[in-house]
Design a protein around this ligand. Structure first.
Ligand code: DHK
Length: 149
């Protein structure tokens, strides 16, 4: 069974209470439960991790090599700043989908740039927590077409 790492970055542990008008009222635990349910329907295994620390996120991406077949990453604000996270994703060569709850392109200009996009298969943003499930669908299709699932 193909395995997917769902990785969330800084401040996403505060989902549910953090600016609900922007990020919604769903908690991270609810997002992770929904990912587990949806993955089961798709025949995928998921592991969920969240960290507020850039180095811990990089370590998680390195550790994913040989363990996970795909990565779903919401890097939070590191999306817009972290060349190191981009390099980590490129280095491990694991197919990745970038997710954001909010539509980053409709927000402040500094959120329009994503280093993660340069390393990801694609980006899903603006659909709230549903974005993670759409990312699972995208990865399931990608892995099936690549013969990896
Ligand atoms: C989450 C964050 O924490 C922000 O820093 C990004 C992203 C957007 C989101 O929409 O999920 O700019």
């Amino acid at each position: 069974m193909a395995s997917i790492l769902v990785l969330n970055g800084p401040n996403l542990n505060l989902l549910g209470t953090r600016q609900p008008e922007v990020y919604g009222s769903v908690t991270l635990a609810m997002v992770e439960d929904a990912c587990a349910d949806h993955a089961k329907k798709l025949g995928l295994d998921v592991t969920c991790l969240q960290s507020n620390h850039e180095g811990a996120l990089i370590d998680a991406i390195h550790d994913a090599k040989g363990r996970h077949d795909g990565i779903i990453l919401n890097a939070g604000a590191y999306t817009h700043t972290s060349i190191a996270l981009m390099d980590a994703l490129i280095s491990v060569e694991i197919p990745s989908v970038e997710v954001h709850l909010s539509n980053i392109h409709a927000r402040e200009p500094f959120r329009h740039t994503s280093y993660i996009s340069k390393a990801a298969l694609g980006q899903i943003c603006g659909f709230g927590a549903q974005g993670y499930l759409l990312a699972l669908d995208a990865l399931a299709t990608h892995l099936r077409e690549a013969g990896a699932a």
